[in-house]
Structures are given as C-alpha cells and as structure tokens.
Ligand binder design. Structure first.
Ligand code: SAH
Ligand code: DHB
Ligand code: MG
Length: 219
C-alpha cells in the first residue's frame, strides 16, 4: 500500500468511470502554466461533487475557494439551465486563471467569481434565493465562519461539503500546531454541537494523498 498504488487506483477509476475531458484537462494545464498550486479536488471527487449537487437538485451553488476553477467547472455542470454558481477567491491571479478556464468550459454566464477575502464577500451577500449547495475549500482557519455563513445563506435541506478535513490523519493529533489543522479541529467541534447540522466525514486516499471531506445537511 503506497501513494503510488493509490494514484494507480484513481487512474483506473478515472479511466473506467470518468473518461477523458478536454475542458477539464485544459483547465489543469492552464493552472500549471500559471504556477497555481496543484491542490484542486481529484477528478473522482470533482465528479462526486457534481453528482451530489445534481442529486440535491441544486439551482444555486456557493463555492468558497476557487483556485483555477477546476471544482467550479464540475459543480457548474450540475446546474440546470437557469442555475447559478457564485465562487469566492481572495487571489487575483487565481481568479483570472479561473475566469479563463470557465470561459473555455462555456460556463461564464452561469458562474460569478467574486474576488476578495471570503469573509467580506459573504458578509455582503443578501441572496433573494437561498443556496442549495455549498462547497467550502478555502483557508482552513476560516471553516467555522464559512459553515455559519452557509447556514445563514442556505435553507433547511442545504448540502454543505468541506474539503481537506483529514490531512494525512493530522486532525487526531491534538498537539499539532498547524493552524490549518487547528481550524479543522474547531470545525468538527462546531459542526458536532450545531443544532442545525447533521454531518459525517469520509476519509479517502488517492492521487491527492490521504485526506477527506465533511458532508453536512442543514436541518
Ligand atoms: N476548490 C478548488 C481548490 C481551492 S484551493 C478546486 O478544487 O479546484 C484554495 C483556494 O482558496 C486558493 O485559491 C486560495 O487562494 C483561496 N483562499 C484562501 N484564503 C481565502 C480567503 N480568505 N478568501 C477567499 N479565498 C481564499
Ligand atoms: C491545501 C488546500 C486544499 O484545498 C487542498 O485541497 C489541499 C491542500 C493547502 O492549503 O495546503
Ligand atoms: Mg481542497
């Protein structure tokens, strides 16, 4: 059992169930050409996000942490013709690359990228229409606040997914002083006692190493 074997299995899953996708491949190539960090969701997780958003019947999706828009493309593909996605990104260059990738994907008119610290962007949102599905994948120190905003901007039934909640198992080490790990440990505490959330988390291995996601539903 090794990282190489995990990657080989991810490649098998991609070949069998995902196929090759020129738009998504071009997005990853454009990210690399612009020196973006390769921390997009894996293809298999991207497709799972799309399927979950479809299963939820999501018409209004919020993403926190755009990077080059790889996960954004997967999520926006779940939307019906009148659906909309808002994605929040602090880094101007990331947002510029994502804008290019989303244009190539033909998704520019469904997706809005808001540049700035997510906390500020979220505070300014007063949606007429609640978000049905929220994907949180930005700075891990902010995850507790992002979940609270997702609840405020959602409705009973809204799906919330938070990425990177396992971090090679670091989250069980209470002596770990990485602020991202501390932020994720606070997230578990907060979600666990929140009266309006019903949640689980799944750890996974694959081409991105050992990590996982938290899945919650607002009640
Ligand atoms: N969801 C993307 C990956 C996101 S990586 C995908 O799977 O394709 C995390 C992103 O969050 C980075 O682009 C980083 O710049 C952004 N980010 C970090 N802190 C942020 C903040 N405070 N507000 C908004 N975005 C932030
Ligand atoms: C990091 C962030 C991510 O969203 C991810 O999927 C992997 C790593 C990071 O900040 O290190
Ligand atoms: Mg992530």
């Amino acid at each position: 059992m090794s990282d190489a074997h995990w990657t080989e299995v991810d490649q098998f899953i991609e070949a069998k169930l995902l196929g090759s996708d020129a738009v998504l491949m071009a997005a990853l190539e454009n990210n690399a050409a612009n020196n973006l960090p390769p921390i997009d969701v894996s293809p298999a997780l991207g497709k799972m996000l799309m399927l979950l958003a479809q299963m939820a019947g999501a018409r209004h999706i919020l993403e926190i942490g755009t990077l080059g828009g790889y996960s954004t493309i997967w999520l926006a593909r779940a939307l019906p013709p009148d659906g909309r996605l808002l994605t929040l990104e602090v880094d101007r260059k990331h947002a510029r690359v994502a804008t290019e990738n989303l244009a190539r994907a033909g998704l520019s008119d469904k997706v809005e990228i808001k540049v700035g610290p997510a906390k500020d962007s979220l505070a300014a949102i007063q949606p007429a229409d609640p978000f049905d599905f929220v994907f949180i994948d930005a700075d891990k120190q902010g995850s507790v606040d992002y979940v609270d905003e997702a609840i405020r901007l959602g409705r009973a039934g809204t799906t919330i997914i938070v990425d990177n909640v396992v971090r090679c198992g670091a989250i069980v080490d209470d002596a770990n002083n990485d602020p991202r790990v501390a932020g994720t440990r606070r997230l578990y505490e907060h979600v666990a006692r929140h009266p309006r959330l019903n949640a689980t988390a799944m750890q996974m291995v694959g081409s991105k190493g050992w990590d996982g996601f938290l899945l919650a539903q607002v009640c």
